[in-house]
Design a binder for this molecule. Structure first.
Ligand SMILES: [Fe+2]
Length: 392
């Protein structure tokens, strides 16, 4: 859908007819066999359901949805879990029911059993507006297996209808491509009540997404890679850190996991003018990444692109620009250029920064079972900022 059409449909979706909107999908507990679908209607309908099947003309299977409620809800959230799916298969689906009406038919593809290679996309700091719409249009052209959203998602900041505008905005993309978010500082919301700001925490995020395991942090596998969503907004919480250690240890004991990718909002390293390195995260989280030889840590928070050379304990292990040995160091990347105002860099580029550019964009990563991991950092027009590889 062209940009103008997306903007128009955003404005036009009033929910007056109680038809489903804000439709988005995410992998369930197993990316090969399970998918979650979430949508909203203006008011609760009698029997919200997903009808689905392996051909567009035959949606013979059904999954009943449950209500996902929170104290500040704007409409009625329906959440359905599709399980027992076939790996590597295209499914067609629509959501709704007789009383509210049905959505159009969308399709998604489950993870194949043992793909030789696949591509995913990632970026953070999204929000509502023309640049955020353009980013998801670019992503659709990349044909990713799924997208990681690196925190700071809608920028609702407590204003709940902004979540509705956001989820309607991403529907053309997120109804077809699993949209796997992690928590940023803007998901930790405050609302104005009786003239006072009241912290409501992550309740909107938790109600509006259906994700694998505990939704504040989770893992999923796709091919030879394991993806770990870490809540860096709560990194000092001993429970979070204990979960991270256990999760990474288990990943490294699993012979099927060749590539280990963590995605979180707050970067440990960075040279934005607004904020430099995060010394607390460097002290408490980076040693865990070093110990378990995490291949990639993908972050947002700073609204630009910045990538470090591979590091161990903050020391560069390889100063080449385009190719690195696997597990020799961890590569940290900031891609927070998803659509908000850009951040300038501090004048001096740190020695550990391999590449930085103040631009909107996203990451396109190709993962191979045998062969290298290829990372392409792209601008909004899909042109290349840089390409590098971690050898397989
Ligand atoms: Fe942020």
């Amino acid at each position: 859908m062209p940009f103008a059409a997306v903007a128009l449909s955003l404005a036009a979706h009033t929910f007056a007819d109680n038809k489903p909107g804000e439709i988005h999908i995410a992998f369930g507990n197993d990316s090969q066999t399970a998918m979650s679908v979430v949508w909203q209607t203006a008011t609760p309908t009698a029997a919200p359901t997903v009808q689905y099947g392996t051909s567009r003309s035959s949606l013979g299977k059904t999954a009943k949805a449950t209500r996902s409620r929170y104290a500040y809800e704007t409409k009625a959230i329906a959440e359905a879990k599709l399980t027992g799916l076939l790996a590597g298969t295209t499914y067609y689906y629509r959501v709704g029911d007789k009383t509210g009406g049905w959505s159009e038919v969308f399709s998604f593809r489950t993870a194949p059993r043992d793909p030789k290679e696949f591509t995913f996309t990632a970026f953070g700091d999204h929000g509502v507006g023309p640049v955020p719409v353009k980013i998801t249009e670019d992503l659709q052209k990349e044909k990713p297996a799924f997208n990681l959203l690196l925190g700071d998602i809608s920028y609702a900041n407590g204003d709940q209808p902004i979540w509705d505008a956001y989820l309607q905005q991403i529907q053309p993309f997120a109804s077809r491509v699993p949209f796997m978010p992690t928590i940023g500082n803007h998901e930790n919301e405050e609302i104005k009540k009786d003239g006072k700001e009241t912290k409501i925490g992550y309740v909107s995020y938790l109600a509006r997404f259906a994700l694998p395991q505990a939704e504040s942090h989770y893992t999923f596998d796709y091919g030879a890679a394991r993806f770990v969503a870490f809540n860096s907004d709560d990194f000092a919480n001993p429970t979070e850190l204990a979960w991270l250690k256990t999760t990474l240890a288990a990943a490294r004991q699993n012979k099927r996991v060749k590539w280990l990718v963590v995605f979180q909002h707050h970067p440990p390293y960075g040279s934005s003018k607004k904020r430099g390195d995060n010394v607390d995260i460097i002290k408490s989280v980076v040693p865990i990444y070093d110990k378990y030889k995490v291949d990639l840590v993908l972050c947002g928070h700073n609204h630009h692109y910045e990538r470090q050379f591979p590091l161990r304990a903050g020391v560069i292990t390889d100063s080449g620009l385009t190719g690195y040995r696997r597990q020799a160091g961890t590569v940290y990347i900031v891609q927070g250029g998803g659509g908000r105002e850009l951040y300038d860099f501090a004048e001096t580029k740190p020695a550990m920064t391999a590449c930085r550019e103040m631009v909107n964009g996203y990451l396109r990563v190709t993962v191979r079972k045998s062969g290298p991991l290829t990372i392409e950092a792209k601008r909004l027009d899909r042109s290349l900022i840089e390409r590098f590889e971690i050898k397989g």
